[in-house]
Design a protein around this ligand. Structure first.
Ligand code: A2H
Length: 252
């Protein structure tokens, strides 16, 4: 980081039931999540939003689709060919993450036909789109936030989430990482005895433990690239997703 722009894969997650706050919008609506790990999309279990961040639904030129992201990200995208006019975001609605929780989505590659938008409190407003796709098998942050919701009924109730939105979703083994196993984030969480998503220091350690090893030595356990090393297939997989219009490329 720091030198030149960061390239993200923008994963498109289709809204299956339009929430009340967006009921005036008749076009297809997508949450767009910025990820560095497109090869982990086989393991998606949910989509994270920050309850207190403001999101906008805005008009793209991609097949008339409406996308949901922070205003900041939408503005950046006007300079990357996603809108009719540079610098101009056509805003159809502005809502807090809280109003968009518990929404049914369809996401690429995951075995789940339906996943839900759920709250994560460590999402940063000034990075990516403010929408984060959750892969608890390979991201300690995602696993910690999911366990928090699964363990604490009061936490689910606070955000009006039902059990069916949270409890059926376990981490899916998708990448084998030497010495860390098939659920590397779970291994790190357990080994470091992480207690919650607020355990910042230990989560930073867990990420150090997982990310490089997974990126360089991880081997796919599922999908068309089964048996292949992550670093060799990342680009091909990204292209599959963009060709299928299930993803785009975003720089910031
Ligand atoms: B990654 P970098 Cl499996 N706030 O995607 C907090 N985190 C955010 C974010 C935001 N506004 N926007 C994106 N991210 C997360 C998958 C993944 C990711 C795995 C493993 C590692 C990993 C599934 N979540 O990231 O600061 C997104 O999570 C390792 C850092 O730009 C995105 O990729 O380096 C990553 O952080 C981008 O972080």
């Amino acid at each position: 980081e720091g030198v030149g722009p960061q390239e993200y894969t923008l994963i498109k997650m289709k809204v299956l039931q339009t929430p009340k706050a967006l009921s005036a919008i008749k076009q297809p609506i997508y949450f767009v999540a910025a990820t560095l790990r497109p090869e982990t999309m086989y393991g998606q279990t949910n989509c994270w939003l920050h309850p207190d961040i403001k999101y906008i639904a805005w008009q793209t030129t991609r097949d008339n689709e409406v996308w949901i992201s922070t205003r900041r990200a939408a503005r950046n995208m006007t300079y990357q060919g996603f809108t009719a006019e540079e610098g101009n975001v056509v805003v159809l609605a502005e809502v807090t993450g809280q109003e968009l929780l518990g929404v049914q989505l369809s996401a690429p590659l995951t075995q789940h036909k339906i996943i839900y938008t759920l709250p994560m409190l460590s999402i940063k407003e000034d990075k990516g789109t403010g929408v984060v796709t959750s892969v608890p098998s390979d991201s300690p942050d995602d696993y910690a936030a999911l366990v928090d919701l699964q363990k604490k009924e009061a936490f689910r109730q606070k955000y009006g989430l039902t059990d069916e939105m949270v409890l059926p979703y376990a981490p899916i083994p998708i990448i084998d990482v030497p010495t860390l196993g098939k659920l590397s984030a779970v291994h790190a969480y357990d080994t470091l005895k992480i207690q919650s998503q607020n355990d910042k220091e230990k989560l930073a350690e867990a990420k150090e433990l997982c990310y490089l090893k997974s990126f360089y030595d991880g081997v796919m356990l599922v999908g068309e690239f089964t048996g292949r090393k992550i670093q060799d297939i990342k680009k091909d997989l990204q292209k599959r997703l963009t060709d299928a219009k299930e993803a785009d490329i975003y720089y910031e």
